[in-house]
Ligand binder design. Sequence first.
Ligand SMILES: Nc1ncnc2c1ncn2[C@@H]1O[C@H](COP(=O)(O)OP(=O)(O)OP(=O)(O)O)[C@@H](O)[C@H]1O
Ligand SMILES: [Mg+2]
Length: 1045
Amino acid sequence: MDMAFLESSIGVEDLVLLEPLEEESLLKNLQLRYENKEIYTYIGNVLVSVNPYQELSIYGPEFIAKYQDYTFYELKPHIYALANVAYQSLRDQDRDQCILITGESGAGKTEASKLVMSYVAAVCGKGEQVNSVKEQLLQSNPVLEAFGNAKTIRNNNSSRFGKYMDIEFDFKGSPLGGDITNYLLEKSRVVKQLEGERNFHIFYQLLAGADAQLLKALKLERDSSGYTYLNREAPRVDGMDDASNFKALQSAMIVIGFSEEEFRQVLEVTAMVLKLGNVELADEFQANGVPASGIRDGRGVQEIGELVGLNSVELERALCSRTMETAKEKVVTALSVIQAQYARDALAKNIYSRLFNWIVTRINESIKVDTGEKKKVMGVLDIYGFEILEDNSFEQFVINYCNEKLQQVFIELTLKEEQEEYKREGIPWTKVDYFDNGIICDLIEHNQRGILAMLDEECLRPGVVSDSTFLAKLNQLFSKHEHYESKVTQNAQRQYDHSMGLRCFRICHYAGKVTYNVNSFIDKNNDLLFRDLSQAMWKARHPLLRSLFPEGDPKQASLKRPPTAGAQFKSSVAILMKNLYSKNPNYIRCIKPNEHQRRAQFSSELVAVQARYLGLLENVRVRRAGYAYRQAYGAFLERYRLLSRSTWPRWNGGEREGVEKVLGDLSMSSEERAFGKTKIFIRSPKALFYLEEQRRLRLQQLATLIQKMYRGWRCRIHYQLMRKSQILISSWFRGNMQRKRYEKMKASALLIQAFVRGWKARKNYRKYFRSGAALTLANFIYRSIAQKFLLRLKDNLPSTSILDKTWPAAPYKYFSTANHELQKLFYRWKCKKFRDRLSPKQVETLREKLCASELFKGKKASYPQSVPIPFYGDYIGLQESPKLQQLKGGEEGPVLVAETVMKVNRGNGKTSSRILLLTKGHVIITDTKNSQPKTVIALDSVARVSVTSFKDGLFSLHLSELSSVGSKGDFLLVSEHVVELLTKMYRAVLDATQRQLPVTVTEEFSVRFKESSVAVKVIQGPGGGGKRKLSCKKKGSRCLEVTVQ
Ligand SMILES: Nc1ncnc2c1ncn2[C@@H]1O[C@H](COP(=O)(O)OP(=O)(O)OP(=O)(O)O)[C@@H](O)[C@H]1O
Ligand SMILES: [Mg+2]
């Protein structure tokens, strides 16, 4: 076997692929998977489910979603996969479906049916209406479980009735409603339970969950131990909360559509059943000594009467007596205690089972589909499995009968179908033998010679009838039947079997041999309720109770016997079979891994038994006898076409040709495969594994390829997108930037333009501005002020005398510079005018005065006095005296100065008068008496002149030593007009020799005198000013001190 393929699954997921195919390997495979919590395994399309007895995290919305999206073989085996196949083929192929869930008690049938329902509810249509239908269908479970389930030794929540539920859908696959059929409630449980078992859940739920007020109204007590019908031993079940289940029941009933009143009535009837159990019967004796019975304590009956509106006396009578009616007369007989107890229990059982039927009918009313449109139906059958108890009675007999029938369906639809498929497909093949249980079914149900028919016959037969007569009849009829055994038949065959009781018969069911005890077969089949009781019940005022016993109505009373329980069951099984045959079956085979309801415990023996009677191995064998695997060409091609280059990725030819191509390319041997009309058949699992392995490898390759392509594609797309985006962004950005720049430039240009224009405009219009006006005004005012100022000045000009220096002040400070300039101008103009008027003589005079000023102004104290005095020049009357004129000698030109001077003797300091003439070329000094000149000095011999700064007239003529007169030494003279004399001399020297005569103003100087020099020192005498008086004093030979007074 290919191990790689096994790695992904635990064991094999489909038993068809099991190798070697033996019971042992099959069990091993189941066990291996079970131990790894893989509770589901396929046999083809049959699901084998092993009860995990623990919560597995493989259910719920995610798993539902997953299984919804995949086909059957793609995921691990799961009940959801099966439900999905059924629902999809119902919805898409319009085939009504049935899901047959079989298995022993506790194998997980009910759980499986709930899982299927919840799956379908989750995947089918949605909407308010649809949801409420779904809710009603789902909520029917807790109600049915409360009334129909009980704790048994095998299963804490054992369904004590068979259930078949049709869920009806519209053409879209949305649920419309449903219909529930119940089979054979185990009503004996109402009055008696085995050790360790309980009565139906509802009793415990009611006592635990009802509030005190309700309990009081129902006249019940909370303590369950006070009720005879409730087994004292096991009031509690682990993991089951009766009180909260009661609440759930209540809300479920409301959801389904029970009214509050109906709910209450149901509880009242339930309470009545409980209370009936507590009615104690006691011996009484009639007058004739015949034993009779009576009620020991009237209170219970009283309370029942109050509860359901029944006369307690009548109830007592009905319980303790029996009316026999024949055509002619009515006979009332008293019942013994045993009989009365039997009657009471029969009543309780009947009330309860009728109540149960009523509830089912009531639920059906709610979930019934009204519309007349065509419906699609999915049936779910959750029915008791094959039962082999220690003591098997009528119930086990019918249950096992039902299972025989179901096995028949299974055989018909699966095994036969398989063989017929080969025929249909035209595949040559050898027939596989399998056990056909038709013979057993016949043994039980044959209309004339079946066990049930015999039982009915016994029940109806007049005369003494008992279970023993019934057994005798069977022994007689089936002495040769290969599936029937009893002590009698064994004895006849000389077999010794101490396990077989005398009152027993044994049937070799397909699932194994079961020994039934015939005790109470007749009674149970009759299922009679004394008419007194049904009539009494009918008389109750309680509407529900009353409606449960329609035959109690005297008007309806018929003497015709109702059908026996066996006959009823047979007919309902027949209806069920018909129903199932009309639908496409889906099988769930539930297996119980151990007897102890324990997790992770796998009892091979127990499973082997179940596997045997479920016919699992046969199932696998038949499926594999010819070909382990088959698939329609289309689906097969779809799955494997990737294995051939011709069919992958595209195939345009027919499906069959495609499959041939694929298998041809894989060079699969012709023995391994067969081509049917519509399907391809693969013979060995090995070949299939090979195909799968190839597919897996190819898938990996393809996945890589797809990945590669996809990644490349994605990157390309991504890159292109990015590029596009980048271009877009950059174009936007650039555009935006340029636009912004342009806007900015435009704005700037406009701004500049505006400024320029504004500036130009302003410039043009400035003159019109107010601010310009101010300037103009100011200018105007300023001009007018200036004008005014000038005009006034014109009118008020000072005199034209040059000595007059007055000038009007400026009226404003800012005219002061201009005013000053004007003053200067005016003055200059005045001077010019004055100068223009001067004669040349006057000019000459003024020049002399100017020269004097240059020489002495500020240097000599006598200068200021000389200024106003005109220079006469002639102070000795030279003009009038010719004698004096002679002194001039022959020299041309006028005499510039003629005056009398004092000559200071340099030797002694004494002064003597002399006449001094200054001509243009000479200085002539003459004695006053003498008419001849004494000394004539050429002007160019005069080197320099010294004067004092005082007011005196002393001056010294320093002669150049080279000249002829100079040898006599310098002259020290005193003149009255020393300023005039020296000025004229200076000018004459300048004219004659172009030399500036140095005039030194000093108080100490030296004069040459006969080859030596005398220092002259002039001192200011104390007289100051006044008369110019001079006194010279000789100090030593070389110093002369002159004192000026
Ligand atoms: N799939 C499952 N997952 C978990 N627990 C399960 C599963 N199936 C069954 N069980 C457990 O097994 C118990 C018995 O199951 P269930 O009631 O479905 O048995 P059954 O076949 O209906 O028995 P009966 O014939 O007595 O009604 C459940 O109460 C539950 O605890
Ligand atoms: Mg069940």
